[in-house]
Design a protein. Structure first.
Length: 630
């Protein structure tokens, strides 16, 4: 049941871009204000670490960065069919984990908790940093350290964290209910969410503040629209009409699950064709656009058009919420601090001390340590040595590519905490039905772009801290979440450097959602940094120029975290068959295969940190059962 509720109906507030994601941060801010936020600790900062040895400070194309994935595509295209030769390292492990994201790191942690801290574990990841989607971006502007999240933003879900996930957070010294202590909501006091109307789709370029804060009539009166479109948009946002009058509340819910938000707006609410651009570029849950988002999901996300309708609603409550300045990279860092000695300062780091803790990447892969993390190492083959049920210590051979060479390690067990999509290509001996199931999902492509700017005076002048750009290259831009924690202080006044966090969800309207994800993935993979940079500069100049912003003067650094394989694919009521949980592709796909188990958020068909943790726990349990380990 939980599976279905998570996979089909859960809406993450972060996923809804149509002016509602702003509500998430605003709500946090209000909660924090109510809790009486404390005074900021003193400024922290210091000299910039060397990007050659400290990946979080690297800029340009990050996320799935150049050099991290090309060999995976070779594997996908059959480049490693048949036996794969590799140089034996002679290394033998109790457990080899493929993927150093939160799921892989959690799997290593659970395994050690169950079987002893001395068990030999190797974690292999294709990136130059650990954490997977949970990626730290670190900037240094003069004496200031400015942190941001390159991927996984917050601890949050629309469904409860499990006993296991809550337990892990507690072990790591993370207490979500204390978040308000660190939030600094007053930083953006008086500033509002806004919409950027672009001249290609509306009458002129203009940022209009106060979307869904000011009365619709006042907001749209300021927007560059024709009188007809203005009247239409005001009507959709305000009129209390039941557009499905023949259905009772439960029937309405059923009907809305089977139609797109676009169909609801145009066919039932009578939206004009020339009003549609206001909704077209906006992203809804998991990159669902107005054409692929079920209307019911839009309703649950408080999108306009439903205010006159009584619709049966499944109860959903956000269970946990905590944001670190570097997002859930802090969770990855806390896990590494427990797994590998010497990377972080000694002692038990917690939610405060992890934030500014320096990390020594040279200590990640040291032979003397029981747990090792080997970066820039992409696994291209995982295969049993002998039969899958043979009870030997050298049960599985893992081949990885690093620096142009291939190497072999052996393990008693392997946990694949990587993407579902790649597993069929690196474990060719899997049953065909399982391979087909693993290939079903199409992860959501995203750019999480962080732009460090000299100051945010232009935002202050325009009266905004957040901007949805329905038809922009990046459809979302916001000043970073203000907070003070563990000696870190984000920009407190408009004259200080701050990160603008921008989001792009490329897609191809008209196609089924999974195909839109595939097209978006190609877009992300094929677009060079220079093009993205040009788009960023152009977009910010056009939107913020009237406030005095000048990209050539004000941009200090750009980090584009590209995630062609972003959010785990979640099912929806429009594009996926309604199947019992046991028949869902992610359940068929994650079955253990001899000594090989499968973790990662994909295995839970839900793009959340707690799911990545829960799936790691299940995989460790399967590993233990597979060998009757004590
Ligand atoms: C932009 C973005 C924002 C998000 N925001 C949130 C949020 O706010 N809250 C939330 O709860 N969740 C969020 N998520 C979901 C996020 O995916 C999960 O929370 C979680 O971080 C997933 O962890 P994981 O270990 O399952 O997968 P990943 O983080 O994807 O880690 C898997 C790792 O395995 C590596 N890998 C793949 N193939 C191989 C191979 N063959 N060899 C070696 N390594 C390999 C991958 O490159 C990756 O580093 C977000 C995701 C994205 C993309």
């Amino acid at each position: 049941m939980a599976e279905k509720a998570n996979g089909t109906d859960g809406i993450a507030r972060r996923d809804f871009m149509g002016g509602i994601a702003g509500a998430s941060i605003a709500a946090l801010a209000i909660r924090a204000a109510e809790a009486g936020a404390q005074t900021a600790p003193p400024l922290a900062g210091g000299s910039a670490p060397d990007p050659a040895v400290y990946p979080p400070v690297r800029t340009g194309l990050r996320g799935q960065h150049p050099g991290s994935f090309e060999i995976a595509h070779q594997a996908r295209d059959g480049g490693f069919a048949g036996p794969v030769a590799a140089e034996p390292t002679g290394e033998q492990y109790d457990l080899i984990v493929v993927g150093g994201g939160i799921s892989g790191l959690s799997a290593a942690h659970f395994y050690r908790n169950a079987l002893g801290q001395d068990r030999k574990i190797l974690i292999l990841d294709n990136h130059d940093d650990f954490g997977g989607h949970a990626k730290r971006n670190e900037f240094h502007a003069g004496a200031r350290t400015v942190l941001s999240y390159g991927g996984t933003m917050s601890i949050e879900t629309p469904f409860p964290y499990s006993y296991v996930a809550k337990g892990l957070l507690a072990e790591l010294g993370v207490v979500p209910r204390t978040y308000e202590k660190y939030a600094r909501p007053d930083t953006y006091k008086g500033l509002q969410t806004s919409i950027f109307f672009d001249k290609e789709h509306f009458l002129a370029d203009k940022v209009v503040p106060g979307y869904r804060k000011r009365p619709a009539a006042a907001f749209f009166a300021d927007a560059p629209l024709t009188p007809a479109v203005r009247a239409d948009l005001i009507r959709i946002h305000t009129e209390k009409v039941d557009y499905l009058p023949d259905l009772d509340p439960a029937g309405k819910a059923r009907a809305l699950k089977k139609m797109s938000y676009q169909d609801f707006l145009t066919k039932h609410a009578g939206l004009r064709a020339d009003s549609l651009p206001f909704f077209l570029g906006q992203g809804y849950r998991n990159n669902m656009r107005v054409d692929t988002c079920p209307a019911y999901m839009a309703f649950k996300s408080n999108a306009p058009g439903f205010q006159g309708m009584e619709i049966a609603r499944q109860i959903e409550a956000e269970a946990e919420h905590f944001h670190f300045p570097d997002g859930n990279a802090s969770i990855a860092r806390l896990l590494v601090s427990r797994l590998v000695p010497g990377v972080f300062p000694a002692g038990k780091l917690d939610q405060e001390s992890i934030v500014m803790a320096p990390a020594d990447y040279t200590k990640l892969d040291v032979a003397a340590n029981p747990t090792r993390i080997r970066l820039s190492s992409i696994v291209i083959r995982t295969e049993h040595i002998g039969t899958p049920d043979a009870l030997t210590e050298k049960a599985v051979r893992v081949v990885y590519a690093k620096g142009g060479k291939t190497y072999e390690v052996t393990g008693a067990n392997v946990i694949l905490a990587c993407f579902n999509n790649i597993i069929p290509y690196i474990v060719p001996s899997l049953p065909e039905e399982q391979k087909t199931a693993l290939k079903y999902p199409s992860k959501v492509p995203l750019l999480y772009t962080n732009v460090l700017i000299r100051n945010w005076q232009a935002w202050q002048k325009l009266g905004i801290y957040m901007m949805a750009a329905p038809n922009g290259y990046h459809q979302w831009a916001t000043l970073d979440i203000p907070m003070a924690i563990g000696g870190y202080q984000s920009a407190a006044t408009p004259d200080q450097p701050v990160v603008i966090h921008m989001v792009r969800n490329p897609n191809m309207p008209g196609l089924p959602r999974r195909d839109q994800n595939r097209m978006g993935r190609l877009d992300i993979q094929n677009t060079p940094f220079e093009t993205i940079e040009k788009e960023i500069r152009d977009q910010l100049d056009r939107a913020l120029g009237p406030g005095g912003f000048k990209a050539s003067r004000d941009i200090l650094a750009i980090t584009v975290n590209r995630w062609p394989h972003g959010y785990a694919y979640t099912y929806d009521t429009l594009g996926d068959p309604d199947l019992p949980d046991a028949e869902r592709p992610h359940v068929i796909g994650r079955q253990p295969f001899g000594r090989i188990a499968i973790a990662n958020a994909d295995a839970g068909a839900s793009a959340f940190t707690n799911v990545a943790i829960d799936q790691a726990h299940r995989a460790v349990q399967e590993v233990i059962v597979s060998r009757g380990l004590t």
